[in-house]
Design a protein around this ligand. Structure first.
Ligand code: ATP
Ligand code: MG
Length: 140
């Protein structure tokens, strides 16, 4: 398994409940290294561009409003098989279906307000990382 990088977002429902540190501990305990991180507030337009693949889905508008509703922490995680490993640590999209011990099982409030985002493939990881970070900001 190769070393990979993936884009992670700690979503507004989690930043508002002061869960950044607890979520970061889950990543670090799983062997994922946080090699870049910043707290920002997205505009609805920025959230819309980020989630453009979902623009035909019925929840798109609600998702963009939610992602712009408060601060998010965008971060790059690095490690062996980081893309799949991060999604394992995150748990299923719907917290009711997330495995015990995962971030979404422990912290998520609903299928929409589910505390974290993680890239789903190497191609999307590369695009999503470059949406938020310049190469000089990634310190592995
Ligand atoms: P993410 O892309 O945020 O890591 P994911 O890959 O597990 O999550 P996707 O299917 O890509 O899930 O959906 C993107 C996001 O859209 C979800 O994380 C969630 O916030 C929201 N979402 C997905 N399905 C629903 C739904 N049925 N109702 C409301 N919001 C939803
Ligand atoms: Mg997704």
């Amino acid at each position: 398994m190769a070393t990979e990088r993936t884009l992670s977002i700690i979503k507004p429902d989690a930043t508002s409940r002061n869960l950044t540190g607890k979520i970061n501990a889950k990543f670090e305990e799983a062997g994922l290294r946080i090699i870049a991180q910043k707290r920002i507030k997205l505009t609805k337009a920025q959230a819309g561009t980020f989630y453009e693949v979902h623009k035909e889905r019925p929840f798109y508008d609600e998702l963009c409003d939610f992602m712009a509703s408060g601060p998010v922490v965008v971060q790059v995680l690095e490690g062996e098989g980081a893309i799949a490993k991060n999604r394992e640590v995150m748990g299923a999209t719907n917290p009711a279906e997330a495995a015990p011990g995962t971030i979404r099982a422990e912290f998520a409030e609903s299928v929409g307000e589910n505390s974290v985002h993680g890239s789903d493939a190497p191609e999307t990881a590369a695009v999503e990382i470059s949406y938020f970070f310049a190469g000089i900001e990634l310190v592995g």
